[in-house]
Design a protein around this ligand. Structure first.
Ligand SMILES: Nc1ncnc2c1ncn2[C@@H]1O[C@H](COP(=O)(O)OP(=O)(O)OP(=O)(O)O)[C@@H](O)[C@H]1O
Ligand SMILES: [Mg+2]
Length: 139
């Protein structure tokens, strides 16, 4: 039997607040095979976004305090920051929920697209620039 592409197992992510510990993700498990699409639904505040952020290790100021996220044989909760940056944006990407805070309003959108392409895909700056302008033109 082949391994799932992504296996989230008993994931726990918490936020420390003045009012106490918020258990934003409290024992979430699921798996996803290559080529599959998985939809996660639930009431507002049930932890969908924090689960996705935790998979990409973008959950700060939250902390992953338990469980594992297996992707291609490695636990993403345990690899180095350098290693997760190699995966983030290249192998696992996320469309953030709030578009008003996802792009920086004081920087040109083309530059922000180029920045993501050069940071994650190792495109040269000139190729990223050409591609992002083509993308903007056709968007
Ligand atoms: N920075 C934070 N500090 C404290 N608690 C947080 C923080 N971010 C998220 N939470 C809490 O974590 C829980 C899960 O939030 P999350 O954003 O994942 O919900 P969601 O399922 O994506 O909701 P929605 O459907 O509204 O997008 C909520 O109780 C939320 O208040
Ligand atoms: Mg959400």
């Amino acid at each position: 039997m082949t391994q799932p592409l992504l296996e989230v197992r008993d994931l726990h992510t918490v936020f420390s607040t003045k009012e106490g510990m918020v258990k934003a993700v409290d024992g979430v498990s699921f798996e996803l095979n290559a080529g599959e699409t998985l939809g996660i639904v639930g009431e507002s505040g049930c932890g969908k976004s924090v689960t996705a952020l935790s998979i990409m290790r973008l959950q700060r100021p939250g902390r992953i305090v338990g469980g594992k996220v297996m992707f291609k044989g490695q636990d993403l909760t345990r690899i180095s920051e350098y290693e997760i940056r190699e995966i983030r944006g290249r192998e696992i990407a996320m469309i953030f929920q709030d578009p008003m805070t996802s792009l920086n309003p004081v920087t040109k959108v083309g530059f922000q697209i180029e920045e993501a392409m050069t940071a994650h895909n190792r495109f040269s700056a000139s190729l990223a620039s050409t591609s992002s302008r083509a993308g903007c033109a056709s968007a």
